[in-house]
Each structure stands twice: as structure tokens, then as C-alpha cells.
Design a protein around this ligand. Structure first.
Ligand code: MN
Ligand code: MN
Length: 470
């Protein structure tokens, strides 16, 4: 303790909290490893733009690291569980007793986007168009006048499933939603509110423009041309759209942002930035004493509902399979293991935007380059719809992160009553476990080009690894 006679400068240093820049705490010796991590993270983004593609990419990474499909092994040391191709659970057994001490990292691999409607294709003014239904919280005006790609699967009644990716190769065509020219937008758009000037039913994709034949007696010749091309390549008819999961996402790859390459810009970093760090942390953790469960889930952006979201028994299901192999199949053991688990809900928060500071409480905000960001609670209107991490759990994590040289901050999502949002955390708290949100700050969240800081990603990865090793 410093007394009343202490030098005010020393006292201030001892008592005040200083804002840190994570770059100042990354030694030059780590820069090569940092950039190599960012390279593999960027491929994870580029090859996984939908929840299905992210699940496939994650499984490829896991298999290379020696993880085995739980359905193909009796072992429980390093296994994964592929849930409907849209969510993945990973289990790594620690050295300690399997029924005690579990660390959980839970992240999501779905991102806001435009889904095709079930009967999407039509022709209007001799242009073929696809109707969409947006998924998750988007600002609709960000999706017009830009190159878009089509990703997804078509399932046929005979059980075969065809994957489609169009718009990512340099010589692929892309798709787009055409906006109105400014010359004529005065009344139709410019006087309207931002959430009204691109109505959802005008989020229609241009998919073709050449008539199939010169026989003008045939109606819908352009639509016919598009369907005939789809039929040639993928064997589909109009009816097959009903058994398809087809998603429209921004075309193109992730990029470094800034002359100094401090940032990464890409679609879908919420929450693949945390999903990838969780994957790497469980693979790279050194000889952990405790077991780890990593859940990469779907449907977070629409409230974690649905068979592949966090509001399911997936944790119990997977742990049930594992514990049964150790003769511990009683549900009480599973429930106890989950209740005593420690969980990080690995998800992003908003970084303070230099031009829009007014939406943040700057004392309680996350900053770009501020390192790992924790959110004690989320929710709206007085913490509604969130869980809240306890003082004790925050104290335990403070100790862990400080001991491991992690630069971190705790932040709220904007000013109180400014807006809000939810994450997977509250669904994990259903199992009576300690859980807190942990991730990185993001600029431009939910946009087609989200921005993250490499220094923050590096701190998050090391924090996750330390969490699994502790
Ligand atoms: Mn998220
Ligand atoms: Mn989100």
C-alpha cells in the first residue's frame, strides 16, 4: 500500500487503470508467428463463407491435427463430432479425471447474409432475378451495388446433395443487387429513413439477361436460359430450389487493411475470428490437465434457435457419447461436469469507431488494438435477455490473463439504451456453468467487410490457449 505521502505520479501509476495498446505488448520475436497465424486465419475465412463451409474447413484442420470423427473411433483423446454438417463439437481429453474439470469455448460459424427464397427465380423486364430473405441483422443498403457470390447446397429426393459455389474464382461470373441511380432517387429513396430506402423485397439478385431462343412466342425466355444453364451444370429444375440451402454472400477474399497491415478486412469475421482462435487454441494447447470442449455452432445470428444452434442439448449429447465410453453414462455425471465447467462464449464486441464515438460509453467500451475484450453481460433495456458473469468468475479470469501477459479490457456493447444484442453465453448458462463473452473488437460489424485488429486476434488466441491449459 502506498501512503498519503506517496508521490502523486507513483500513486496514480499504482491506482489508475491505463488503457493499453496490444501492439506495444507483442514482442518482435512473435511477429513471424503472428503473421503466419493471420495467413491461415484468412484462408479459414476465404474457404468458409457459410456455416456448412466453415464446418467442413474446421474438420479439415482438425483431421490434419490428428482429431478423429467420434463415429469412427472408440478413443476419446482427440475427437470431433460433425452435427448435421452445420456445427462441430471438438473434445480434447486432459490428463486429469475425465468427469472433472471441463473448459468450454463456444463460438458461432454463421454470419448475416441473404438466403434465397424457396421459389426464388423470376423474370421481369427481360432480366432474370432471384428473390432473397435476409438472415440476421443487416443494414440492407450495404448489400446493393457490389459483387455477390452464391454458396450452398441443393438436396435431391434420391439423397444426393450438390454443393454450389459461384462467384469466387477470378473467371466466375458474380451476381449483384442493383441500386437506384441518384438522379431518380430523390423521392423514392433520399427522403426516407435508412432502414426503409432499400426494402427487403427489393433485395433481388440479377442472375441473367440473355434469352434462351429467338422464338418470341416463348414467354420468360431469360428465366428459361438461367434454368437451362443451372440444369446443365447442377441437374436442377425450378422445383429443386425448395430443398436447397442457398446463400448470397459478398464475393471475394479477405484482405489486409492499412499500409502497415494492422487490420484484417473480410466478410463473416463475426464470429469466425473467435471460431478459428478456439480451434487453434484446442489444437495448440500444450499437454492440458483439464479436458476441453469446443463448440462451433450455427444460428447465433437469429437467436441460437434451431437444431444446429446453441439452444440444443449438443453439449450433453457429445459429452454423453464420451463419458459412456468411460463407463460414466449417468446424466448426473454429465450435468455435474457441465455445471462445474468454465466457459468462454467466444464472440466479438464493437470497437470504438473514431467517427461515431457518440454511441459508446468511452469508459466502458472496447477499442481496436485494445487486446482481448470481455463482456460481462450483453442484452438490452437493463441487461434484459442476457446472462451476467459473476464477480468471482471475472476475478478468476483476470488472474489467468494477467499471469499470461494477455492485454485485455472489459466492455459493454455501446451506451446503455443505445441498442444492444445477445450472444450464445446465456444458452451455456442454462447448464448452470460460469460463462462470459470473450473475443475481439470489430469495426463495421455485420457488414460485408468487417474489420479486426491482428494484435487483438493474437491476444485472443493466446488467451484462449492459456484458458485451456490452466
Ligand atoms: Mn457474434
Ligand atoms: Mn453477430
Amino acid at each position: 500500500m502506498l501512503g498519503k505521502k506517496a508521490d502523486p505520479k507513483d500513486l496514480k501509476k499504482a491506482l489508475f487503470l491505463e488503457r493499453e495498446n496490444a501492439w506495444d505488448h507483442i514482442p518482435e520475436t512473435q511477429m513471424k508467428a503472428l503473421e503466419s497465424y493471420m495467413g491461415t486465419y484468412r484462408s479459414f475465412l476465404d474457404y468458409g463463407k457459410t456455416e456448412r463451409e466453415s464446418a467442413d474447413t474446421a474438420i479439415e484442420i482438425l483431421e490434419k491435427a490428428g482429431y478423429v470423427d467420434i463415429r469412427k473411433t472408440k478413443d476419446t483423446k482427440k475427437i470431433y463430432y460433425n452435427h448435421m454438417g452445420r456445427a462441430v463439437a471438438v473434445f480434447r481429453q486432459g490428463k486429469g479425471p475425465i468427469e472433472k474439470n471441463l473448459r468450454i469455448l463456444v463460438a458461432h460459424i454463421d454470419s448475416p447474409r441473404l438466403d434465397l427464397k424457396q421459389y426464388p427465380l423470376y423474370e421481369d423486364e427481360e432480366i432474370a432475378m432471384l428473390k432473397t430473405h435476409y438472415y440476421g441483422g443487416i443494414k440492407k443498403y450495404q448489400w446493393v451495388s457490389r459483387p455477390l457470390a452464391l454458396h450452398g447446397v441443393i438436396a435431391f429426393p434420391d439423397g444426393t446433395v450438390n454443393s454450389i459455389v459461384i462467384g469466387e474464382d477470378d473467371d466466375d461470373p458474380v451476381f449483384t443487387i442493383s441500386d437506384l441511380l441518384p438522379h431518380l432517387a430523390g423521392k423514392a429513396q433520399m427522403t426516407k429513413k435508412a432502414n426503409e430506402f432499400i426494402p427487403a423485397e427489393k433485395l433481388n439478385i440479377i442472375v441473367g439477361g440473355k434469352p434462351f431462343s429467338d422464338d418470341k412466342e416463348v414467354k420468360d425466355r431469360v428465366k428459361l436460359q438461367v434454368l437451362s444453364l443451372l440444369n446443365e451444370t447442377y441437374g436442377i429444375t425450378e422445383q429443386d430450389f425448395v430443398s436447397a440451402d442457398l446463400e448470397i454472400v459478398p464475393a471475394g477474399k479477405s484482405r489486409d487493411v492499412g499500409l502497415d497491415r494492422a487490420f484484417i478486412g473480410a466478410y463473416g469475421q463475426d464470429d469466425r475470428v473467435c471460431s478459428y482462435a478456439s480451434l487453434r487454441a484446442v489444437i495448440d494447447a500444450e499437454d492440458p490437465e483439464v479436458s476441453s470442449l469446443i463448440l462451433l455452432l450455427d444460428k447465433e445470428e437469429i437467436g441460437s434457435e434451431g437444431a444446429t444452434g446453441a439452444n440444443t442439448v449438443i453439449a450433453e449429447l457429445v459429452l454423453g457419447y464420451i463419458l459412456a465410453r468411460h463407463g460414466l453414462d449417468q446424466s448426473a455425471v454429465i450435468r455435474g461436469l457441465l455445471a462445474n465447467a468454465q466457459c468462454l462464449s467466444a464472440d466479438v464486441n464493437a470497437g470504438v469507431h473514431p467517427d461515431w464515438k457518440e454511441v459508446h460509453d468511452l469508459r466502458n467500451a472496447g477499442y481496436m488494438n485494445g487486446g482481448l475484450v470481455l463482456s460481462k453481460f450483453t442484452g438490452v433495456r437493463g441487461k434484459g435477455g442476457s446472462n451476467e458473469a459473476s464477480a468471482e468468475y471475472v476475478a478468476r479470469l483476470r488472474d489467468l490473463f494477467d499471469k499470461n501477459g494477455i492485454i485485455w479490457r472489459i466492455a459493454e456493447l455501446g451506451k446503455t439504451d443505445e441498442g444492444g444484442g445477445g450472444t450464445i453465453a446465456k444458452f451455456m448458462s442454462y447448464y448452470c456453468m460460469n460463462v462470459i463473452d470473450a473475443g475481439v473488437s470489430v469495426l463495421d460489424m455485420h457488414s460485408p467487410f468487417e474489420i479486426t485488429s491482428k494484435a487483438d486476434i493474437w491476444m485472443m488466441y493466446q488467451a484462449f490457449k492459456a484458458f485451456l491449459e490452466d
